[in-house]
Design a protein around this ligand. Structure first.
Ligand code: F6R
Length: 276
């Protein structure tokens, strides 16, 4: 695992977008694993700007999202399909037929989950998986005690997740879906590369537990310690409780693989610019 600390949330998101853009340029047929949530909005803004102003080409990309609420149709403004269309797919040249999310309205949820795994498999697996992290340590909707070998399946959301995500679902926790389909921890661990982005003070505790604490199904993100190519990108606020900060900074400041990324390169326009 590598940990990169950036001065603020804009810079952290830009760095993640640049890593994704580089991966797309290296492999135009890339299979991307995507996430939703507030943290990712900045990343998608960067990617859209890179498409519009720097020719970043999504035409051959395939995408699989981590999760989808059960019971929300694609055109519900609270569904993750709607979120992805709004923040990314409608603004870049991706072929919508190559974008996949779990089918949250299939009456046979188990079948929908098996099919999702099969589709990922048919495309050769996920090359690069983007992740956020929930306040209780989930990746995807792998809530506490999710098996570290779990596959795509239905999960009940915790009260913490329901409260955290209610603002994205109109603000009323009563109207929040209670269940979701999520890729499993085992599914996520099979991705070729993983990038987790966490920003803000609210994530400081859980980031420290996931990165520096023991591997435990109580914090599903801690399973990423087992991954051979996992990068965690955080801003100063989310890094606040990390013990190894100085070492992580030293790696970023000295290792050749990071040379190009040490120079800020903000592409978000019409949005709070990257503060250098
Ligand atoms: C969403 C997802 C979740 C979020 C996490 C953080 O597809 O998989 O794990 O990444 O809940 O959400 P925000 O960024 O809203 O704090």
């Amino acid at each position: 695992m590598e940990l990169v600390i950036q001065p603020n949330a804009d810079r952290a998101a830009c760095l993640v977008a640049r890593l994704i853009a580089q991966a797309i340029r290296e492999k135009p047929h890339i299979v991307l694993g995507l996430a939703t949530g507030r943290t990712m909005e900045r990343v998608y803004r960067c990617l859209v700007q890179m498409h519009k102003h720097r020719g970043l080409d999504f035409s051959l990309c395939r995408t699989f999202n981590l999760d989808e609420y059960i019971g929300l149709p694609a055109d519900s403004p609270f569904s993750y399909r709607y979120y992805m269309n709004k923040h990314l797919f409608s603004q870049v040249n991706i072929d919508r037929r190559n974008t996949y999310l779990p089918d949250g309205v299939n009456a046979d949820t188990d079948r929908a989950c098996r099919q999702y795994e099969q589709q990922i498999h048919e495309f050769g697996g996920i090359d690069l998986q983007l992740l956020g992290i929930g306040a209780a340590g989930h990746i995807g909707f792998n809530e506490p005690l999710s098996a570290l070998q779990s596959r795509t399946r239905e999960k009940a959301l915790t009260p913490t997740t329901i409260a955290d995500n209610a603002p994205l679902c109109g603000g009323d926790p009563e109207k929040m879906p209670r269940r979701a389909i999520t890729m499993g921890v085992g599914t996520i661990l099979e991705a070729g590369r993983v990038i987790l982005l966490a920003t803000g003070t609210a994530k400081a505790n859980v980031v420290a537990k996931a990165v520096e604490g023991p591997i435990t199904s109580m914090i599903s993100a801690s399973a990423l310690q087992l991954h051979r190519h996992c990068r965690v990108v955080v801003d100063e606020e989310a890094a606040a409780n990390l013990q190894g900060k100085e070492y992580y900074r030293w790696i970023f400041d000295n290792e050749p693989e990071w040379t190009v990324y040490r120079t800020p390169d903000c592409v978000i326009s019409g949005y709070p610019p990257c503060k250098t």
